[in-house]
Design a protein. Structure first.
Length: 169
């Protein structure tokens, strides 16, 4: 069908604006089955999910940024709706730069809730149009955290049942 150029651009802008894009920020040091569960369950809710791996000079990571990114890319290599990017600085600034309209976070327990609530409310104060969406973790993954995985790994234990298959340090 023939469309004048200006109409085509308006149409494209409209399609882009109405896309639901979520940013899932985190350390992913390393990615766990808990993260995977949140992302897989969020896929039907969004057109696109950008997994944003943080590099914060104040934080001590066990695995390098390249390694953390590589494991996530391998985990989602079959999923065209998922992209993996790195970022530093304020999450809301990065979200605006990326043009996303949602932040995605997972909740495991009341401690997560209290922590995430404060961050989401502060983010909302700074960028009101950026909505944070929380998904409750599936009960069977609620006990898993990257810090437990790191601890088991450091002490030579078997961590395979906590992480996606692609995580092979
Ligand atoms: P951060 O350093 O930002 O806390 P994490 O990688 O630890 O980064 O967590 C990123 C997000 O994933 C957070 O919203 C966290 O609550 C969520 N998350 C972490 N582990 C799990 C899990 N087992 N189940 C569900 N969500 C989780």
């Amino acid at each position: 069908m023939f469309f004048p150029l200006w109409r085509k651009n308006t149409l494209l802008n409209f399609i882009h604006m109405s896309k639901r894009i979520a940013l899932f920020p985190g350390s992913f040091d390393p990615i766990t089955l808990g993260h995977l569960d949140i992302i897989e369950r969020a896929l039907p809710l969004f057109d696109e999910i950008q997994i944003a791996v943080g590099k914060n000079s104040e934080k001590k990571y066990l695995f390098t940024l390249e390694q953390r990114v590589d494991w996530i890319e391998k985990t989602f290599s079959h999923q065209p709706k998922v992209t993996v990017i790195t970022y530093e600085g304020l999450t809301v600034d990065f979200a605006q730069k990326q043009g996303v309209n949602f932040l995605l976070r997972g909740l495991r327990n009341p401690a997560d809730f209290e922590f995430e609530k404060a961050i989401a409310q502060a983010n909302r104060e700074m960028v009101p149009q950026l909505e944070t969406v929380f998904l409750l973790t599936s009960a069977r993954y609620a006990y898993i955290s990257s810090s437990i995985v790191r601890d088991v790994y450091i002490h030579g234990g078997d961590f395979k049942s906590f992480v996606p298959e692609s995580v092979q340090p």
